[in-house]
Design a protein around this ligand. Structure first.
Ligand code: FAD
Ligand code: NAI
Length: 454
């Protein structure tokens, strides 16, 4: 059977790309080996946010007395939370399947193996069945990185060490949890397990948590979590995992941390091997598929979108990249830009950022002005966050007064940040943005307050 487009992988890049292609009239086949919805819907964005919402309810209730609300006997019922998570995942993945059907996309469940090219197109095999695609969209995503740390493979095999693939279905809350890697997954999962009652220790080899987020915000987040009982070991590199502990090197000393379970969250690697990319000569550089701004690989008609290109491993990036690929396939000129992609860490409080941080701007040698405002300038924030330490920082180009970046730590930040993204994407100056009317009272007004500080 010949298709206009074969999509390999049914995660955000794959399913959205297939939906858009179907809608645009391309005869489209989507092949998925494990779960429609990919990592995001099954073991990523959605499961984590479902668990974190339950933790947030508990945290709010525990703090209720500050707001004149008291309750007793508050606790996490982990099996109920996991059950609810499974229902949310099912509802969403069923929705994706229905949408694919509506757009006329054929779905095949199985492992896709690319097997060269004929005059009709690229050959993709699933078991004994062969399909031909005039075009391919590679959307095979990513998998947890497993560094060569002594004892790690054994720990993963025995179930002592978990990755994000397994952590959502852990049956009981461990009494103690060591998280290797203080990046996004580590922080979000530490947040849940801390609220659920685990003694959590985060081991991070850098001198700060949260990767590329604003350093002051990283410090505030760390302080918030230290106050909740999470222990941080920074500048500490994990060198060994034993049957019941993690060993790290801190200031040249070997430090052993005993734990009931370990979460490994030290980054993700694009899935580029084992499915025949080499049979059609797709270029892989540093473990990721090399793409241009239209999503094209070095091979005509072969596109790649999402985590597999390793540019920005986020679901919303995957969506937009897939859209760009399909638009170019059907002759609508489109290109991907990465300057205004928001990132959010769904801790409590949330962290959100778009564009440049103060540090990234300096690293690039940009001449910028930075405004740094306490969230307490927002009436709604003050009403809802007793003693909150949230801040909002805006980075502006000194000469042109164009807005280059916004970072914030405060709840609702996840829902506010896209507004700042629009300002950056549309290359707005401070004066342009001042004309935007914000609803009052909302936490979003902090962005407007920042504008008037320049
Ligand atoms: P994937 O979702 O990885 O999908 C790839 C699919 O391809 C998989 O279903 C896989 O089974 C399939 N596949 C691979 N090889 C083959 C083959 N040979 N044949 C057939 N099928 C194949 N991002 C956010 O933006 N916000 C968040 O809040 C967020 N939270 C996250 C939380 C966690 C714990 C994790 C792990 C990730 C999170 N992410 C989040 C990242 C997000 O999940 C990814 O960026 C997103 O899933 C990437 O989409 P994708 O389509 O590129 O790849
Ligand atoms: P990450 O790259 O965010 O963080 C990994 C951390 O591990 C880094 O801080 C790194 O310095 C540290 N590290 C590496 N090796 C170490 C060692 N041996 N010892 C101690 N620390 C070590 O990766 P993470 O958290 O695994 O997440 C992967 C990706 O998934 C993210 O980059 C993001 O793209 C995506 N994601 C997005 C989320 C969101 O948008 N809210 C949530 C979760 C994941």
């Amino acid at each position: 059977m010949t298709y206009d487009l074969i999509v390999i992988g049914g995660g955000p890049a794959g399913y959205l790309g297939a939906e858009r292609a179907g809608r645009a009239g391309l005869k489209t086949l989507l092949i998925e080996k494990q779960y429609i919805g990919g990592v995001c819907l099954n073991v990523g964005c959605i499961p984590s946010k479902t668990l974190l919402y339950s933790a947030k309810i508990l945290d709010s209730a525990k703090n209720g007395s500050k707001y004149g609300v008291t309750a007793e006997g508050l606790a996490i019922d982990h099996p109920v939370i996991v059950d609810r998570k499974n229902k949310v995942v099912k509802a969403l993945t069923s929705g994706v399947r229905a949408q694919l059907k509506r757009q006329g996309v054929t779905v095949v469940e199985g492992f896709a193996q690319i097997d060269g090219r004929t005059d009709d197109g690229y050959v993709v095999k699933v078991g004994d069945n062969a399909y031909t695609g005039k075009r391919l969209l590679i959307a095979t995503g990513s998998a947890p990185a497993v560094p060569p740390i002594k004892g790690l493979e054994e720990g993963l095999k025995s179930g002592y060490v978990l990755t994000s693939n397994e952590i959502f279905d852990v049956g009981t809350i461990p009494q103690s949890l060591v998280v290797i890697g203080g990046g996004v997954i580590g922080l979000e999962m530490a947040s849940y397990f801390n609220s659920a009652g685990s003694k959590v220790t985060i081991v991070e080899m850098l001198d700060h948590i949260g990767g590329d987020i604003d350093l002051e915000i990283a410090g505030i987040l760390q302080a918030e979590y230290e106050a909740k009982g999470i222990e941080f070991k920074l500048k500490a590199k994990v060198v060994e995992v034993t049957a019941d502990s993690v060993i790290c090197e801190e200031d040249g000393q070997r430090v052993e941390i005993k734990a009931d379970k370990v979460l490994l969250s030290v980054g993700r690697r694009p899935v580029v091997q084992g499915f025949g990319l080499e049979t059609i000569g797709v270029e892989v550089i540093n473990g990721r598929i090399n793409t241009d701004e239209q999503g094209r690989t070095n091979i005509p008609g072969v596109y790649a979108a999402g985590d597999v290109n390793g540019r920005s491993m986020l679901a919303h990036t995957a969506y937009r990249e897939a859209e760009v690929c399909v638009n170019n396939m059907v002759g609508r000129r489109d290109r991907m830009t990465y300057d205004a992609i928001p990132m959010v860490i769904y801790t409590n409080p949330e962290v959100a950022s778009v564009g440049e941080t103060e540090e990234s701007a300096k690293r690039k040698g940009l001449d910028v002005e930075v405004v740094n405002l306490s969230m307490r300038y927002s009436g709604r924030y003050l009403a809802e966050n007793h003693g909150g330490r949230g801040i909002c920082k805006m980075v502006v180009d000194k000469g042109s007064k164009r807005i280059l970046g916004v970072s914030m730590i405060a709840n609702y930040a996840s829902e506010i940040i896209y507004g700042a993204g629009i300002m950056i994407e549309r290359a707005m100056t401070i004066e342009d943005a001042k004309r935007v009317v914000f609803p009052h009272p909302t936490v979003s007004e902090i962005v407007r307050e920042c504008l008037f500080e320049f």
